[in-house]
Design a protein around this ligand. Structure first.
Ligand code: NAD
Length: 417
């Protein structure tokens, strides 16, 4: 089995070292930008019901606060069995570059618990989330560190955390983003990441002269990001020919109805058995003949093992770090365009920023306002990256890292860290 910890840290390190070299950053400057401000590891005890008996179980929880030169730490909370400090550290760093790239006043953080949330019932999940929040309370805060949902967590988890934090700090809606609307969540936040992925996919597709109606799209992962990307791309006229979740994939060369797929998942909890589509494995799905491939599940899905079989012309990294650095190099050599994660899925943290702003001002915006501001800011960010890439004759990933690192490095220098 591939070691996820190695993949994330190695991949992130490689992309950063390359950018540091081009920006001519030296030893201590590099070290400051690479090292975490704080890495916290906790044990979370939860009483689980097993075979009719109550048993105390412990889970490992993590929060890495990478850099806060430009504002409070910001980043998601992941519940997944593979969560470990190395993965969370790499994802926290990535958040620092994302918030800088899209130019919002946040730093970068990430948290997680090594747990399979599907094995826990609702009561156990609530206890786990509340205990995690209690133990993390001293280091999070409305102007210090603001968690959000990621893989395996959702608005309900954020609601439990909001409630737990508010017991000792007073009602603080801005302590988490990605909350339910009823508790100060933002209109448009739930779909924002996928909506942004689709918007940037469309811009990148236009740049390589791909027309929606002639473009076959394959999406791996049909959770929050994958499903909303599919909805938004389908509404722009793209043909979605394959989708997948953790159980496997489904395909139909003539196109899959996204409404039909959503209804099937709502009834069955999985895409498997979708009427009118043939089953395929997740590995086969990545290698399908298509114009656009959107990995929207986990990191490390495109590696040296499958890179030669990839047939897409455009890869949009909706997931974080889905392409290893070795595979990235090979894809670039083959002329395949990649919209990198720090740009592709930045709509999520951008909408989280809008939610935080609305909470602080106690003045909610409507969905159209949120999504039109999101689109404008994403377009500006994409254009800035694209222009730098053409000027310097580098790819979009290199350009995005350069823009982001330059902003963080300036803030670090001005603050005198
Ligand atoms: P999610 O938990 O809602 O969905 C994950 C999807 O991936 C599910 O369909 C799941 O079945 C599938 N999956 C899990 N393991 C898989 C495997 N081994 N093979 C194939 N599919 C698998 O998570 P999400 O919020 O949609 O996040 C997806 C990715 O996007 C992650 O990399 C996350 O870090 C990134 N991301 C999410 C957000 C956000 O706002 N939710 C923002 C930025 C980036």
């Amino acid at each position: 089995m591939i070691d996820k910890k190695c993949i994330c840290e190695e991949t992130q390190r490689h992309f950063l070292e390359r950018a540091f070299g081009r920006l001519k950053l030296k030893g201590a400057q590099r070290e400051l930008l690479l090292s975490s401000f704080r890495e916290t590891r906790i044990t979370v005890p939860v009483t689980l019901r097993h075979n009719g008996e109550n048993r105390l179980h412990t889970f490992q929880g993590y929060r890495v606060q990478h850099n806060h030169a430009r504002g409070p730490f910001k980043g998601g909370l992941r519940y997944h069995p593979d969560v470990n400090m190395g993965e969370i550290r790499a994802l926290a760093q990535l958040m620092t570059w994302k918030t800088a790239l899209v130019d919002i006043p946040f730093g970068g953080a990430k948290g997680g618990i090594s747990v399979d949330p599907l094995q826990l019932n609702e009561t156990e999940l609530e206890e786990l989330s509340r205990r995690f929040c209690q133990k993390m309370a001293p280091i999070i805060g409305v102007h210090d560190d603001i968690p959000a949902p990621d893989i395996g967590t959702n608005p309900q988890v954020m609601a439990w955390m909001l409630d737990e934090y508010s017991k000792t700090h007073g009602f603080r809606t801005a302590i988490v983003t990605g909350k339910p609307l009823e508790l100060g969540g933002s209109a448009g936040r739930l779909e924002a990441t996928g909506y942004g992925v689709a918007h940037l996919t469309h811009k990148a597709a236009e740049d390589i002269s791909l027309k929606p109606e002639q473009s076959r799209v394959v999406i791996q992962g049909f959770g929050n990001v994958g499903s909303h990307t599919a909805i938004a791309l389908a509404s722009k006229g793209y043909k979605i020919i394959a989708l997948s979740d953790v159980n496997g994939g489904v395909m139909n060369e003539a196109g899959i109805s996204i409404d039909h797929a959503l209804a099937h998942v709502a009834d069955n909890g999985t895409l498997m058995g979708l009427h009118g589509a043939s089953p395929i494995s997740n590995a086969e799905l990545l290698e399908l003949s298509c114009e656009i491939l959107v990995p929207a599940a986990l990191e490390g899905t495109i590696t040296c093992d499958n890179v030669e079989a990839i047939q897409a012309q455009l890869i949009v990294e909706a997931a974080n770090m889905p392409v290893t650095h070795q595979a990235d190099e090979r894809l670039q050599q083959r002329g395949i365009v990649i919209v990198p994660d720090l740009l592709a899925n930045v709509g999520g943290v951008l909408a989280s920023y809008y939610e935080w702003v609305q909470n602080l001002q106690q003045f909610p915006w409507d969905r159209e306002t949120v999504l039109s501001r999101l689109e404008n800011r994403l377009s500006r960010t994409y254009d800035a990256v694209n222009i730098l890439a053409s000027e310097r004759q580098i790819n979009l990933r290199c350009a995005a890292y350069e823009l982001a690192i330059r902003r963080v490095e300036q803030a670090v220098r001005l603050r005198g860290f």
